[in-house]
Design a protein around this ligand. Structure first.
Ligand code: NAP
Length: 281
């Protein structure tokens, strides 16, 4: 690899990049394919080797795009994929995983997540994930969109504490998890994977982010991403189909916000003072 980025650790001690790449809404439009492949390859060149996808994204087209874009560097990347809750049973997750492996043109998924809660058999999911691990089809498993009570429920199940991460909506404008979920994850030594770290490009204009950005000669997106990356035990998967955005996102990892800048951000985007249900996109 030409470049590396700083890392966070999974509970078993494996180091993974603190900054990866999301792929939701990629692989769906033939006219965008060339640019998307260039963006993913540039990100990997810059050390953003953790790639997030899901069977849901474009009905498998995102997984196929990853195979096409990064098949030749498979051993240098860390693939995260997700299973629908309607496939959430011991047999269902194994069958879904086989389909994802085929689309990804690989023999293993590095981290396999239950996408959200929705009528799944959670004990069956854990059993299916553990079987996939024993068979070498996945290396780690985790969950997504699990709130604190969901994590408690998971950890009470047989084998549930083998969970490696919780992928959650987390950015300056969506801070509810700071009240109890992020402390819970830190206490259990699980890194939190922040999705939509720039709020799906919907962050409010003006205000603290833009003031800090213009003083530093960077963009408000980079300030928002730097803020997420500065949170302890958090790693992030921004999606960027534009090579220039990919480069900016990599550069955001090197921005260290000062105490004063963090306080300005807190003024506009207040930390939670009470429990709120986990938001999801
Ligand atoms: P996001 O990463 O917060 O935002 C993506 C949007 O921001 C795109 O429109 C992108 O534009 C733009 N962008 C990215 N970097 C930028 C920059 N430096 N300057 C200007 N614009 C920039 O939103 P997301 O895609 O919702 O979340 C990221 C990933 O998390 C997803 O792709 C997916 O892998 C995962 N996710 C998971 C869940 C879940 O339920 N587990 C839910 C949502 C997302 P361009 O594409 O034009 O570069």
């Amino acid at each position: 690899m030409a470049n590396t980025v700083s890392t966070v650790h999974l509970p078993d001690g494996e180091a993974i990049p603190k900054l990866g790449q999301g792929t939701w809404e990629m692989g769906e439009r033939p006219s965008a394919r060339k640019a998307e492949i260039a963006a993913l390859r540039e990100g990997v060149e810059l050390g953003m080797t953790l790639i997030d996808t899901a069977e849901m994204y474009g009905d498998g087209k995102s997984e196929q795009l990853i195979a096409e874009a990064l098949g030749d560097v498979r051993d240098d990347i860390f693939i995260v994929s997700k299973v629908y809750p309607h496939n959430g049973s011991e047999r269902g997750v194994q069958a879904a995983c086989e389909r994802s492996l085929k689309r990804l043109a690989t023999d293993r998924i590095d981290l396999y997540l239950l996408h959200w809660r929705g009528g799944e058999d959670l004990q069956g999911v854990v059993a299916g994930f553990e079987k996939l691990k024993r068979d070498g089809k996945i290396r780690h498993w985790g969950v997504s969109n699990f709130d604190t009570d969901d994590m408690e429920e998971l950890f009470a199940l047989d084998g549930g504490d083998a969970c490696a991460t919780d992928q959650i909506l987390y950015n300056v404008a969506r801070r509810g998890s700071e009240f109890d979920l992020l402390p819970w994850l830190r206490e259990h030594r699980l890194p939190a994977m922040a999705y939509s770290p720039v709020d799906h490009a919907r962050l409010p204009r003006g205000g603290a982010l833009e003031a800090i950005a213009s003083a530093r000669g960077v963009s408000a997106f980079q300030v928002a991403l730097a803020w997420v990356l500065q949170q302890p035990g958090v790693f992030a998967i921004p999606k960027a189909a534009d090579v220039a955005h990919v480069r900016e996102n990599r550069a955001a990892l090197d921005i260290r916000l000062s105490a004063e800048e963090l306080a300005d951000i807190d003024q506009q985007f207040k930390p939670p003072t009470r429990k709120r249900g986990l938001e999801m996109l």
